[in-house]
Design a protein around this ligand. Structure first.
Ligand code: HEC
Length: 162
């Protein structure tokens, strides 16, 4: 009789363990699925991968910075980019409306890792085939370029073909 009770007890423990193990693994699956979903979250929340973790932007455009950004753009970026048209890379008008500021700066400062590890950047590489070149800019230069893009996106009345 005692034996039967012990066996019964062991059996129920086994079942409990089995059930917990199963529900545990389905939780894991849900977590993995959740992670995958997170990769396709709102691009404005995606900060990308690189030295820029978080920046706060002033409400008004810093014109001095934007002018520096304009010059940098002409010297370092126009080989591959136009503002209003596709060239080797995407047109950059509206980029501050479709990407987080940190993402834009990380794309400028760390393009190689971005196109390998960031989903949005990898998709661009698949579309444009050519990889974005690292122009070895300093963080404040990437920040100035961002300000230049902000000034373009703030002033859509200046839309013109370039
Ligand atoms: C050798 C060509 C090349 C140069 C030089 C280059 N880029 Fe790019 N850029 C690309 C390509 C191509 C892509 C699309 C991603 C890819 O294929 O790697 C891209 C993507 C981008 C993106 C993302 C655009 C989007 O729609 O999200 C930004 C922002 C950007 N570049 C900014 C710059 C800036 C700023 C410079 C100058 C400092 C620059 N790039 C210089 C080729 C270039």
């Amino acid at each position: 009789m005692k034996n039967i009770i012990t066996i019964g007890l062991l059996f129920s423990i086994a079942i409990v363990l089995l059930v917990t193990a199963c529900s545990g693994s389905s939780d894991d699956k849900k977590q993995v699925a959740g992670k995958e979903e997170n990769k396709t979250i709102d691009p404005m929340q995606d900060k990308g991968i690189g030295p820029v973790e978080s920046i706060s932007l002033p409400g008004l455009i810093d014109q001095t910075m934007a002018v520096l950004g304009d010059t940098l753009f002409i010297n370092k970026c126009t080989a591959c980019h136009k503002i209003y048209k596709r060239k080797i890379g995407p047109p950059l008008v509206g980029v501050t409306k479709r990407r987080a500021p940190e993402w834009i700066m990380n794309m400028i400062l760390n393009p190689d890792e971005m196109v390998m590890k960031n989903d949005a950047a990898r998709k661009l590489l698949m579309e444009y085939i050519a990889p974005m070149a690292n122009q070895s800019l300093e963080e404040h230069e990437a920040r100035a370029l961002l300000e230049y893009f902000r000034s373009i996106d703030a002033d859509q009345t200046s839309l013109k073909e370039e």
